[in-house]
Write a protein that binds this ligand. Structure first.
Ligand SMILES: NC(=O)c1ccc[n+]([C@@H]2O[C@H](COP(=O)([O-])OP(=O)(O)OC[C@H]3O[C@@H](n4cnc5c(N)ncnc54)[C@H](O)[C@@H]3O)[C@@H](O)[C@H]2O)c1
Length: 439
């Protein structure tokens, strides 16, 4: 049976989930405190860059199953299920900032009517869903509701595909309670389309669901950091990290995924989630020393990448560096904690000028850096008269970069390929001083 759903927060997770849940046949209202976002979404404008999103957005708005509103309380009052998909950024002390969750809860508690399932999609530390339940009960003692933890695993850039074909669904609920039982039935209904394509569904406790999400992200961040350090070692000792990673990946226990060396992980999840794991460990008196070191090593990797360029360039003061790639990874416009922030920041502090290009992320990046950075509509314009080229994001357009043209446009002959996206032999044959990562 189709359900009436409110999704609170229309960012990367909330928007994609809302669109997907509507496509499953549910009636969905996406709500947000950002009125301009809601206005643009209501017109069918995507507010984020995400492959394939536009068609689903238009289709579901036109079918009448999907709408957008700033009336959070009105929408919650008419819903069977409320998904919370607001941000949980990093606080100053590294813990997850739950203030957006807190404000969403106030709206929920003020407007629940009839039995409602409150589903947390945001990434929240262990214990948060119980706290959400306690808060709602304190603010609305008569409310009839259940809390469910349904962490999201979608990858930016592949979010639509991941929503419709997840590796698994994780649903934490309060087993053994009447409310929990009703919540499970409603969640089965909501995700029937995924159940029918045999998506594994993991039913577990609230705490287990919360920890699964953090453990997964912390593990992936560790895997990236591991291969980055191995790449640094390979580079120093003359080994080829690609052959190393590929062969490691042939071992079924290891898997070839997330073994690509680069300038350090970034994005809106790994940096804050690794810190939140450490903070949760502290709260429970459990040392998370491995994750602490991953966080430090990743920061070092970002700085090492900039230092490497400095070594290649000589004194960067007065030089011009073309930075290709500002997003934290390809296929997204997200620049949160992107390695480009460290690179551009360090180049600026050394007195270099930056000529930047990114197919999707320039608008977001220009909110962080305006002075000393010039943004260009094409990668070739950014290369003009540059002393050095650094590739920071693995966009396909850069993999196919015409190096001959780059050679004719650039003043200098330095290439730092922090994603191993270019052809080193071709670059060297053209006379560039080329360095990649770990090869
Ligand atoms: N981005 C990802 O790839 C990803 C993947 C998995 C999980 N997550 C988690 O999902 C959550 C959301 O991440 P995101 O990247 O979609 O964030 P985002 O910043 O893109 O979107 C959050 C949205 O919530 C809105 N918002 C904030 N407070 C609100 C409130 N009280 N009421 C209504 N709207 C409110 C904001 O205006 C914004 O539009 C985070 O906890 C994140 O860790 C993100």
């Amino acid at each position: 049976m189709a359900q009436n759903i409110t999704v609170i927060g229309t960012g990367y997770v909330g928007l994609v989930s809302g669109v997907g849940l509507a496509d499953f046949g549910n009636t969905v209202t996406g709500v947000d405190i950002d009125a301009s976002k809601i206005e643009r979404l209501s017109r069918g404008e995507e507010v984020i860059y995400e492959h394939g999103l536009r068609d689903y957005l238009h289709r579901n708005i036109e079918s009448g199953r999907l709408r957008f509103s700033t009336d959070i309380r009105g929408s919650v009052a008419g819903s069977d299920i409320v998904f919370i998909a607001v941000g949980t950024p990093e606080s100053e002390d590294g813990s997850a900032d739950l203030s957006y969750i807190g404000s969403a809860i106030r709206d929920i508690a003020a407007s629940l009517s009839g039995f409602t399932v409150v589903v947390t999609k945001s990434t929240v530390p262990v214990g948060t869903n119980r706290w959400i339940g306690d808060e709602i009960r304190a603010q609305a003692p008569d409310a009839d509701f259940a809390v469910v933890s349904n962490p999201e695993f979608l990858r930016e850039g592949k979010a639509v595909q991941d929503f419709f074909h997840p590796d698994r669904l994780v649903i934490g609920y309060e087993e053994g309670t009447e409310q929990g039982k009703k919540a499970r039935e409603l969640m089965e209904d909501v995700y029937r389309a995924l159940y029918l394509i045999e998506t594994p569904i993991v039913w577990c406790s609230l705490e287990t669901a919360e920890l699964i999400k953090y453990a997964s992200n912390a593990f992936l961040a560790t895997k990236i950091t591991f291969i980055n350090q191995m790449a640094n070692l390979a580079e120093a000792c003359g080994a080829d990290i690609h052959a190393v990673a590929k062969t490691m990946g042939m071992d079924g226990r290891i898997s070839p995924k997330f073994l690509h060396p680069g300038p350090g992980y970034g994005g809106s999840c790994f940096p804050k989630d690794t810190k939140a794991v450490v903070s949760t460990g502290n709260r429970f008196g459990v040392q998370m020393s491995l994750i602490e070191e991953v966080i430090r090593a990743n920061e070092r990797q970002k700085e090492l990448t900039a230092d490497k360029l400095k070594t290649m360039l000589g004194d960067p003061a007065g030089k011009t560096v073309a930075v290709l790639g500002l997003a934290f990874k390809a296929e997204t416009d997200d620049v949160r904690d992107s390695p480009a922030i460290t690179m551009v920041g360090m180049l600026r502090s050394w007195g270099a000028a930056v000529q930047a290009h990114d197919p999707e992320a320039m608008e977001n990046f220009s909110k962080l850096f305006s002075e000393g950075v010039t943004y260009f509509e094409s990668e070739f314009e950014a290369l003009k008269d540059a002393d050095a080229l650094v590739v920071l994001t693995e966009w396909n357009a850069y993999r196919n970069l015409d190096l001959k043209k780059a050679h004719s446009l650039m003043k200098g002959r330095v290439i730092l390929d922090a994603r191993n996206a270019l052809d080193p032999d071709e670059a060297r044959q053209l006379g560039f001083t080329y360095r990649g990562v770990g090869r």
